[in-house]
Write a protein that binds this ligand. Sequence first.
Ligand SMILES: Nc1ncnc2c1ncn2[C@@H]1O[C@H](COP(=O)(O)OP(=O)(O)OP(=O)(O)O)[C@@H](O)[C@H]1O
Ligand SMILES: [Mg+2]
Length: 345
Amino acid sequence: MDTTSTSTSTSTSTSSTSTSPGHSGDLDEGAAPSHAVIRRSEMIGATLNVGGQPIDLSEYATTGIVGVGVGPRGCGKTNVGQLIGEQLADQGWQTILFDPENEQEQMYGEAVSGPEELRHLLMARSRKIVVVRAANAAEFVPYGRVVLEVSDLIRKPLFVVIDEGQLFSATRKRSENIGEAADIINEFVGRGRKRALDLYVTALRFTGSVHRLIFANKNLTFIGCQEDAAAWSTLAPQFKSSGIDFSDLSALAPGEFFCISRRGIDKVKTPMAEALRRVAPAAKAVKRALPATFSQWDRAMRGIPTERLQGLTDPVMTLLGKVAGLSQQQMLAGQAALQDELEAR
Ligand SMILES: Nc1ncnc2c1ncn2[C@@H]1O[C@H](COP(=O)(O)OP(=O)(O)OP(=O)(O)O)[C@@H](O)[C@H]1O
Ligand SMILES: [Mg+2]
């Protein structure tokens, strides 16, 4: 039933005159001369402010943005998409928010009524931020096709936010719908550059969530608090020689991310998107009374006299742990550290 609008709209010119390097069969041929232009002028002079050093988008002019936000529930991934979406919408982009959670309408207005309305709004560029409600891959597909078609046709800057990417993309094809949705998103990634289509996808994890093509092509990554030490093995290569380790990731508060851009790694405290600020409270930053990194722990430990450490018997530790509200994992880590320290003295 979704087959009525396939993306044949632009393949009307049968003889491709394109001599640009690229894949044959690509849809790069077209009527407007701007199609040949790969360098994206709207990127020149545009910036993103996500809480650290402003990101100069001219650095993305030849690649486009493939953004990824990863982290557990509530760490602020969606906010990052909204924040970037708002900022780009103010700098000439049209932002499309795919909203599986039904959370965007109260912030950015009613969702489009169907694919035709989406097509109309994208062609007219009459609304800066467009919400598309899609709870699953089947609902996503017709809208995804419209985005592909229109971006191919008009090639004006579009920023597409796909929240909860794992609903629409999978590492393996699990069913028809998720397969087709994943193919569409992969097209956004693979061919977005030439269609002025930028992308931001959120996912709960780096592994076993969305298609690896997204991760392979990402160039703007937000990594939020990580509670699962097992995730470090997949994350570690990105932090190679940065001095950042798992404990730094696990100490991130909501809204805080390690942001990996073309510049390198920056720890950012993201501002709240304007629309979110109007409806949601700022997440309370938990004041960290405990050392957060290994060297801080090490220093703190070394500063404590041996008799004092020996006084930390199991019942005392349990009591202190309860008072401080430590988790079982933190208690075990503390006990192991205490034992190591006493053995080393
Ligand atoms: N940068 C921020 N600063 C302060 N508070 C924030 C920030 N970002 C988000 N929050 C708060 O945290 C809440 C959750 O944020 P958000 O919905 O972006 O998280 P999420 O990672 O997308 O969560 P989920 O996985 O559940 O969708 C927001 O409603 C807001 O109250
Ligand atoms: Mg979210």
